[in-house]
Design a protein around this ligand. Sequence first.
Ligand code: NAD
Ligand code: UDP
Length: 318
Amino acid sequence: MAQRGRAVVTGGAGFIGSHIVARLLQLGFKVTCVDNLLTGHRENVERFAGEGSYEFVEHDITNYIEVDGKVDYVIHLASPASPLDYLEYPIQTLKVGSLGTHNALGLAKAKGAVFLLASTSEVYGDPAVNPQPEEYWGNVNPVGPRGVYDEAKRFAEAISLAYHRVHGLRVRIARIFNTFGPGMRLRDGRAIPNFITQALENKDITVYGTGEQTRSFCYVDDMVKGMLKLLFSDYVGPVNLGNPEEITIMQLVSEIVEITGSKSRIVHEALPENDPKVRRPDITRARDLLGWEPKVGRREGLSKTVEFFKNKLGAAGD
Ligand code: NAD
Ligand code: UDP
């Protein structure tokens, strides 16, 4: 699949980033991870520290990114991604999506590297069409609390394509839908880590709103495969990557309760403002262009994630 080479991974100390780094090292790439550890984890750096082809640079990419030598790929993941995080860091989220993306593009341009942007299904906002194809322009409230993330990513897509049009930069845009798996932080705040930790600790499971809102959850190994296929393709426009199997949040809770054998009660809390009511990727483009679709079923993925969280909780937490 891949040519060997050197990749710079911004946000490589985060959840998806650390899985990408692991896979690239396995494929024989040299990897430079650039991360300021805002929402990432030092553990995701330390686990690669012994590898000769891995290098970590602790740096906030909203400032100029200095990387010596040849770079073949820039994989740009740096950004808070959990709603809890981007509500806590609204300005950092806007800055990393705008200034950070500009700097990452500048690095790719200076090195003649291929650039992959980790965009998001949040560019569709609270979608008025379901499933969402790439042609859909979205339904985003620019001034709502989630707007800081959605608009930062929409800007990131726009400036990436401007770099392609003006400078001929080889740009790839992955619109990532909800992804989960081992390596998420216990206190990440997203639905799956919250529900699994609550279930394992027999604490109340916090469902926001009625729980009738839907999401489509993709296992991280599938996501990494899709992202790398896209990186090594020559397709410039946005590509949805996600698992099209859509479920309600209540269904997700039932599955997690069943897998963990939890005695937790379900409690309903206020639905966050502008929380999308539905979300499901149309992955026709990824299927046709990349020959990619998710292979890991949700139950299998959830079971692996539950095992990971059990070990984490056993080792006294995050
Ligand atoms: P994460 O929070 O685990 O990782 C993000 C990483 O970016 C962290 O290590 C953080 O420290 C780093 N970072 C943030 N601001 C930075 C800055 N200014 N300079 C340097 N590093 C910075 O999140 P994740 O779930 O791994 O998401 C990774 C990317 O994928 C994000 O861009 C996110 O928007 C996108 N994405 C993720 C999902 C998902 O379900 N996980 C869905 C859609 C899009
Ligand atoms: N959610 C919930 N309880 C939680 C965390 C999240 O009911 O403890 C809901 C949230 O309101 C949303 C869905 O689960 O409707 C997915 O939330 P997540 O934060 O994982 O990601 P989002 O898709 O909203 O970005």
